[in-house]
Design a protein around this ligand. Structure first.
Ligand SMILES: [Zn+2]
Length: 181
């Protein structure tokens, strides 16, 4: 099996004794192509080229499914991607809260949780973000980040908490609504 690339789509190519071309997008988004032994490389590329819009659509649909493998390399990859992306989104907010309010989390954690998008422990000053946020748009992830940062100042969901959230993220309600969809 060899890896080939057309545009920005990589695929695993296997040549075997078969008559037709088989193209599969696996649940992890990887593309597998099986072609007859005799089929010229150029024809293979042309066939895949035509399928690229379909492949991308499949990959996008798979990415949006909030299904997590319990373990394995795929989960590991999603985790590291999530940590990277959440880190980029959180950095400016962390700096802002540190500068304006003198508070900052001691640690950020990403974990697969079932009932909450995020949590903030006042005792350990640790903010945990749900791994499932990986499948949500940036604006929603940002909402959870700011929500949890506000908890460093207001532990409960009292008036003070919402006043701060409203000040920092005036459109938080729209973002939360989007997160629930
Ligand atoms: Zn909260």
């Amino acid at each position: 099996m060899v890896v080939r690339k057309i545009q920005d789509v990589s695929f695993y190519l296997t040549r075997c004794a078969r008559r037709s071309v088989g193209l599969t997008v696996r649940p992890d988004g990887n593309v597998y192509v099986r072609v007859p032994l005799w089929l010229p490389e150029r024809t293979v590329r042309e066939l895949i080229q035509k399928k690229i819009p379909w492949i991308k659509e499949r990959q996008k649909a798979l990415e949006q499914q909030v299904i997590f493998p319990v373990a394995g390399p795929v989960l590991k990859e999603i985790r590291s991607k999530a940590i990277h992306r959440f880190g980029l989104l959180a950095a400016p907010w962390e700096a802002k809260f540190r500068e304006q309010y003198g508070v900052y989390p001691l640690k950020w954690t990403v974990r697969d949780m079932t009932s909450r998008w995020g949590s903030c422990s006042m005792k350990t000053r640790r903010i945990t973000l749900n791994l499932k946020l990986f499948h949500k748009p940036d604006e929603c992830v940002e909402y959870v980040i700011v929500h949890e940062l506000c908890h460093l100042i207001h532990p409960d969901h009292g008036k003070g908490f919402y006043a701060l959230l409203e000040k920092e993220l005036p459109d938080w309600k729209a973002r939360r609504k989007k997160l629930k969809m």
